[in-house]
Design a protein around this ligand. Structure first.
Ligand code: ATP
Ligand code: MG
Length: 251
């Protein structure tokens, strides 16, 4: 039991959730390490949604509403931390959900499909039953995507994605949105819109933003996306980290 008054209560709770997901086989061992990397950046950012993360969420929501064929890509960490919220977001957007794993095994795919279905998903792409399309520039099982999902999508939301795959998706001309606590990761740098925030806050914030922007005229939505500058936004996250932690230093 984690004591509720522990100063790092939320963070420890998330850690317990990923450990549990690992034990169930939803998360690969390396998913635990990826979570640790995220935790470190969350710590440095103050474990709260920053103003610039909110800006990125608004731009992401506008782009998601405008997209013709958006796909939400789900890996083990996402399934461990926000299975219900991902399904909720897919429902408000009427978008598809696709399982996309770095360390893909039939067992893990099946478990994640179950978790998403338990969370209310009607249809889950990316299982072994799907017709596949190959993503150029990638090798082996990681090159495979669902033909009706990521392969055909004009926009892909890929939280916590590996840099190679993110870069390959951008090269294919897809609008890439990511959620990544490391502002310097290759994925954060490759995406058109990077939400530098913990996925457990970013997905609920996205749902709210989509609800708020629904019904807004397309030209206003286009303007929101166009006005968003990802490099500038990432720079603000880096500034936030350095200001927060060098403010007390004399030199
Ligand atoms: P890249 O391949 O993009 O250079 P990487 O190799 O450092 O990144 P990966 O393991 O490929 O990292 O991807 C995991 C990413 O997800 C990391 O950048 C990590 O900071 C981030 N991350 C981990 N947990 C969370 C979380 N809960 N919310 C948001 N981001 C997270
Ligand atoms: Mg990587």
């Amino acid at each position: 039991m984690i004591p509720k008054d522990h100063p790092r209560y939320e963070s420890l709770l998330l850690r317990a959730r990923v450990v549990e997901a690992y034990k169930k086989g939803i998360l690969a061992d390396s998913g635990l390490i990826a979570h640790g990397r995220g935790e470190a950046f969350d710590y440095l950012l103050g474990e709260k949604t920053t103003r610039n993360a909110r800006k990125a969420v608004k731009a992401a929501a506008a782009a998601l509403i405008l997209a013709k064929n958006p796909v939400l890509s789900v890996n083990g960490n996402t399934a461990a931390l926000v299975p219900k919220d991902i399904v909720k977001l897919a429902k408000v957007l009427d978008s598809k959900i696709e399982i996309n794993l770095f360390y893909r095994t039939p067992g893990r795919v099946k478990l994640i499909e179950e978790v998403l279905k338990d969370g209310g998903a009607d249809n889950v792409l990316g299982t072994d039953r799907d017709e596949k399309g190959m993503i150029q520039g990638l090798e082996g099982p990681r090159a495979s995507a669902s033909r009706d999902g990521v392969y055909m999508a004009d926009l892909v939301l890929v939280p916590l994605e590996d840099g190679d795959r993110a870069e390959a998706l951008v090269k294919l001309g897809k609008l890439l949105i990511t959620i990544d606590l490391n502002p310097l990761s290759r994925t954060a740098q490759a995406a058109s819109i990077t939400i530098v925030d913990n996925i457990v806050r970013a997905i609920p914030n996205l749902i709210e933003a989509v609800k708020e922007l629904e019904g807004t005229d397309p030209s206003t939505l286009h303007a929101i996306v166009k006005d968003f500058n990802n490099q500038e936004n990432i720079g603000q996250s880096l500034k936030k980290i350095s200001k927060k932690h060098t403010g007390g230093l004399k030199s």
